[in-house]
Design a protein around this ligand. Structure first.
Ligand SMILES: [Mg+2]
Ligand SMILES: [Zn+2]
Length: 168
């Protein structure tokens, strides 16, 4: 099974400054994202979201709020005919030392444990932060940075999720 490991905030939906997230209740999908997700699935990839949500443990948003946002997010995607295989999130504070906060590979490891049929070599990752790009390069998989790359890495810099499709 081939997976598109996708960041959520700033990649699929609008991102905000940390302190503003406490007022956010509705996901705002970025332009072209719905089309992009459809095309990624048409290319034969399942979608797994991997997202750092340190705002939970840092008490800017509650776990209930995270879950309600996630339910709305999934409902909108479902209404558009897009099924997400799974979501793995890191709720831990930046002050801690968990093993799942990107660029650490814990979230991807959880996915591999839950879905042993994943062929990691055939997967790719997309994100808009350095942590996403670093994780992709650490895993040695195809890595797309939305508006971000690394000097000496192999990351392909794109301007949106939809534009990833042309490289698949
Ligand atoms: Mg992001
Ligand atoms: Zn964590």
């Amino acid at each position: 099974m081939r997976i598109a490991f996708l960041d959520r905030d700033g990649t699929i939906v609008e991102d905000y400054k940390d302190e503003l997230w406490s007022d956010v209740t509705e996901p705002v999908f970025l332009d072209g994202t719905i089309e992009g997700l459809k095309k990624i699935k048409q290319k034969g990839y399942e979608i797994i979201i991997i997202t750092n949500q340190y705002l939970i443990d840092e008490e800017i948003i509650s776990i209930e709020k995270y879950q309600s946002f996630t339910n709305k997010f999934l409902k909108i995607l479902k209404d558009n005919g897009i099924q997400i295989l799974d979501i793995f999130y890191c709720p831990h504070s930046r002050k801690g030392s968990c093993s799942c906060m990107k660029p650490k590979d814990g979230l991807v490891k959880m996915a591999l444990e839950k879905y042993p049929e994943i062929d990691l070599e055939d997967c790719f990752i997309v994100g808009d932060s350095l942590c996403d790009v670093e994780l992709g390069e650490r895993l040695g998989i195809k890595t797309f940075g939305i508006g971000i790359g690394k000097k000496e890495g192999k990351t392909v810099v794109v301007d949106s999720l939809e534009n990833v499709v042309r490289y698949l």
